[in-house]
Design a binder for this molecule. Structure first.
Ligand code: FAD
Length: 461
């Protein structure tokens, strides 16, 4: 695509639209918006704008489309694949100031929000209504960013990911037109499903300014357990059995020994250093919960568990999930001076054991340091590769290992990315994963964004 350079006139246009306070070419603002949480090289935008309303986003896109200037939406930049990086410069739209909860419609278990609201802040407000938005990527991401990446988290095994919990959107298209796909009903068979087309499109098809989210009731009771096993193989078999026997956990996470060791070192967690499952059940009565936990304990024992600590209290349970959410941060902290690539494969549950074993064997084969953990109940594995990314020989090994592991996941009927999105890093796997469907995806992109101004460089190579 041939983009036009961003000019002084463009800057004046933006300034006259949103005012001086909400547009910046300052070096620090450009730097903040040049990198996310991934290892990918930084890209600087020409300008950052903080819109406050849908109409402003619409006017900016209409202008940028006529002028052929790239526009990249930005939540808080916690992506792990370079998803919000302005690869072709242009305008970054930062949604920090569109962070309002517009209406809590508790009677319908729904909330209307602006795209820049952060899900953890929103859940704090929803608590008073006994409701919450279930997808929880750990980092305090924006709803726009979660929709962009179709984020999920530890509770996806019970409640689904972002895609399963959005009813309706306000979307600004590349030419500035505004659409409102979706409705407030619990279900619909009406027309093409544009809501779900936009979710996971990483800002490449349209920019979300508002969303109606589906909420769940905060469970009355919960019970958490920690199960340890002599081998990862036994732990993953227990995952399969827990899911297969219909136990329906609210969370089911796998952590390998290296990850547990890091958590112990960084958070003095005192966990047994063995392949581990964090399990949570939620419900309305202690009696039913105790039965679920007992059944899970039996399943773990049948798979040779070496420890099962049940009935974890509220504080300890919160600490467990905090440690799980911070696992990536702890890995980074315990490897000072190193760089990190995080893999995000997801496979059918019957193949999860093979996926984990293959990933661990592959990094051992390449003599690479890695940490394996993930949302096991969803068949989702994160493998963090640590090393010196300025060392060309190391990068060659890293890339070969990455290619082998991701290709294997796809060959097993899985995906290159369960929740982090394609961004920059997974583009090379799109053809392998989607085959001829990729052509249709490219046609949809061309039809919705003929000038290619929306988050260019992402999704397709
Ligand atoms: C420590 C850590 C743990 C994480 N754990 C998880 C996890 O468990 N599960 C998970 O899914 N992710 C996880 N992530 C990744 C990340 O937090 C999520 O992908 C999150 O949804 C990104 O949100 P954000 O607000 O930071 O968006 P950004 O990173 O700013 O943007 C994400 C994408 O959405 C687009 N976008 C942003 N706003 C809009 C909008 N308004 N309209 C359209 N597109 C938009 C951007 O252009 C970009 O392509 C983790 C990240 C970190 C650092």
């Amino acid at each position: 695509m041939d983009y036009q350079p961003f000019t002084e006139e463009d800057f004046l246009f933006l300034k006259s639209l949103v005012g001086e306070e909400r547009v910046s070419r300052g070096q620090s603002n450009l730097t903040i918006h040049s990198h996310d949480e991934s290892f990918h090289a930084g890209y600087f935008p020409d300008v950052v704008v903080w819109p406050k309303k849908t109409e402003e986003v619409s006017t900016i896109l209409s202008h940028a489309n006529k002028r052929k200037i790239p526009v990249t939406p930005w939540g808080v930049g916690t992506s792990l694949e370079g998803n919000p990086l302005p690869m072709y410069k242009g305008i970054v739209l930062d949604f920090d100031q569109m962070d309002k909860i517009l209406a809590i419609r508790a009677e319908d278990f729904q909330v209307d929000v602006q795209a820049g609201v952060k899900y953890q802040d929103m859940n704090k407000a929803l608590r008073w209504n006994g409701l919450f938005f279930a997808p929880d990527p750990g980092a305090n991401a924006t709803i726009g960013g979660m929709i962009g990446n179709n984020a999920s988290g530890v509770r996806t095994v019970k409640y689904g990911g972002t895609r399963d919990n959005v009813a309706k959107l306000t979307v600004v298209l590349a030419n500035g037109d505004v659409i409102h796909p979706g409705n407030f009903a619990q279900k619909s068979s009406s027309g093409y499903d544009l809501v779900h087309l936009i979710i996971g499109s990483e800002g490449t098809l349209g920019i979300v300014t508002e969303a109606t989210l589906k909420l769940a009731g905060i469970p009355e009771r919960f019970s958490a357990a920690v199960a340890t096993f002599p081998t990862v193989k036994q732990a993953t078999q227990a995952v399969y059995d827990i899911m297969g026997l219909g136990l329906g956990p609210a969370a089911l996470e796998l952590l390998d020994v290296s990850t547990i060791k890091v958590i112990n070192n960084e958070a003095q967690a005192g966990l047994k250093e063995a392949p581990t499952l964090f399990i949570e059940f939620t419900g309305t009565s202690d009696v039913a919960l105790n039965e679920d936990v007992k059944f899970a304990e039996t399943i773990c024992a049948d798979n040779g568990s070496s420890g099962f600590q049940a009935g974890v209290g509220r504080d300890e349970r919160n600490r467990l999930w905090e440690n799980r959410h911070k696992a990536y941060e702890y890995i980074k902290r315990s490897n000072p001076g190193q760089d990190f690539m995080i893999l995000d494969t997801a496979v059918p549950l019957s193949k999860y054991q093979e996926m984990v074993e293959f990933a661990v064997e592959t990094i051992e084969k390449f003599r690479i340091k890695g940490y394996a953990f993930g949302h096991a109940g969803d068949g989702n594995l994160h493998l963090v590769i640590a090393g010196d990314f300025s060392d060309a020989a190391f990068c060659k090994k890293r890339d070969e290992a990455n290619f082998e592991i991701v290709s294997h996941a796809i060959a097993m009927g899985g995906t290159a990315t369960g929740e982090h999105g394609v961004g920059i890093g997974k583009r090379k796997f799109m053809s392998l994963e989607h085959g001829e469907s990729l052509n249709l995806m490219k046609q949809i992109k061309k039809m919705m964004d003929p000038n290619g101004i929306l988050n260019p460089g992402k999704m397709f190579e």
